[in-house]
Design a protein. Structure first.
Length: 273
């Protein structure tokens, strides 16, 4: 949005001998509208939908601690929405098993799912704001098992814990790992507990996420290792596909501003001390 001073103070309002008055009036109008120019995100944010915010347990991005939902992606999203005029709070975020949250975000308008790996298969299913961070999808094993993986073909010799509809499971299936080799569960805690109790050989996920789980569960993170990297992708906020493009652009601009002014890095650093 911009002002054309000559249009504001042109022939429609003054004759040709009163150009100076025209410019003065134009300047007054421009200054009067300055708050609109200085706060475009807040002004536009009044029309934001009343989003349903969906996430899962995945430390350090989104998780519950002392009855409060927190994490890098949580703090970042709430800050973004506040910058665009929303009054949403952490209490409005629903923490659900991933398969359920994913299904809701696919089918119900005005929903946001995070933290979601942006893949080719998912690209047209959602609209995207991000990135939040880089996600390394890897296979994790107990060190005492001395498991060595040199290629995807080696994985047919092992039982792998996955989360239904999670990016890790999708990657394994896309790479030709038989479904019979996978043990599907609804959440990360179930997977990690099965690995600890030797009920499966490997889990698919991120090593940093598993290390955080070990600390909370009382296991030693040093007992586990990454034995194979499947992929590296970016994490995003996935919005229902009917979300208006202007809304997506508004929120992307808010995120870009948080990265530019140092807020983003401060949030990340607070969870990685």
């Amino acid at each position: 949005m911009s002002y054309n001073l000559s249009a504001v103070g042109g022939e429609a309002f003054f004759d040709t001998d009163n150009v100076r008055s025209s410019r003065i009036l134009g300047l007054i109008l421009l200054l009067a509208c300055a708050p609109i120019f200085l706060s475009p995100l807040i002004a536009s944010g009044q029309s934001l939908p009343n989003f349903t915010l969906l996430t899962e347990e995945w430390k350090p991005y989104n998780y519950r601690e002392n009855q409060t939902v927190k994490g890098i992606a949580v703090d970042l999203l709430v800050t973004m929405l506040h910058k665009t005029g929303s009054r949403v709070s952490k209490e409005d975020i629903k923490l659900l098993p991933w398969p359920r949250a994913y299904a809701i975000a696919l089918h119900e308008p005005n929903t946001v799912l995070f933290s979601t790996t942006r893949t080719r298969e998912r690209e047209k299913l959602f609209k995207w704001v991000g990135p939040i961070d880089i996600n390394t999808t890897e296979l994790i094993a107990k060190k005492e098992r001395h498991i060595k993986i040199t290629s995807v073909q080696d994985l047919t010799n092992y039982t792998i814990g996955t989360i239904y509809n999670d990016v890790g499971e999708q990657l394994l299936l896309d790479k030709g790992v038989p479904l019979n080799n996978l043990q599907q569960v609804p959440n990360r805690d179930s997977n990690q507990h099965k690995l600890h109790s030797d009920r499966i050989d490997l889990i698919v996920g991120s090593l940093i996420g598993h290390q955080n789980y070990c600390k909370d569960a009382g296991y030693d993170p040093k007992d586990y290792e990454s034995v194979f990297v499947l992929n590296k992708d970016e994490l995003f906020y996935a919005f229902h596909c009917q979300t208006p493009d202007p809304t997506i652009h508004l929120l992307q601009k808010a995120l870009d501003n948080l990265k530019a002014d140092g807020t983003y890095q401060a949030i990340v650093d607070s969870y990685r001390k």
